[in-house]
Design a protein around this ligand. Sequence first.
Ligand code: CDP
Ligand code: CDP
Length: 207
Amino acid sequence: MIIAIDGPAASGKGTLGKRLADHFGFAHLDTGLLYRAVARVLLDRDVALTDRDAAARVAQELDVTHLDDERLRGAQMGEAASVISAYQPVRDALLAFQRQFAGQPPGAVLDGRDIGTVVCPHADVKLFITASAEERARRRHRELLSRGETTDYEIILNDIRRRDERDMTRSNAPLKAADDALTLDTTHLDADQAFQAALELVTRKQT
Ligand code: CDP
Ligand code: CDP
């Protein structure tokens, strides 16, 4: 069984994905970490993010066993990931690993931008998680503060809007809901309520 979760930045995809995976005893992959990891290697090596060939090479050679590095979760890495994720050779290089991950028994939950549309078009359940940009900026603001990153709310809101725009308008695997995705707006839901609502959607779809 495959559960695909897509949505814009800080909509709660990762949190929900982990909870659904724990509930069903499935594996969980936050696919944004793959793009963040590619960006991190480039930044560490002082390679310009505009160097498409270098980005593709890094993606092809990426060590996917080191995705739990806390440094991947910072705001700068999200922005850099959004730049290099627009390159099709980078996306191609990361596809096989994601599909292999999705195929493991008894099931997997993957979250990202193109899971329901490109990575797992035959997923059993597709969820598209949204929330207003302001609410997402508040969530990211709280999250970054708790990690010791002090950034203004307004700056985060601008970053989120710019990143969403870039992710939605790119020609390669743009952020969008699959035709058969179930949309869940979590603007007024906390993480527990979002999980309950998602569980209901998954259960309804299963029966
Ligand atoms: O956690 P947040 O939603 O802020 O970002 P993320 O999921 O870690 O993704 C970082 C960036 O990677 C996104 O802005 C996308 O540009 C890119 N990404 C993608 O293109 N495709 C995916 N399946 C996942 C992430
Ligand atoms: O993966 P994505 O970037 O979509 O979001 P996340 O990292 O799962 O969630 C961003 C922050 O919002 C986390 O600190 C969550 O605890 C919080 N949050 C949530 O995930 N879901 C809600 N409905 C409300 C808040």
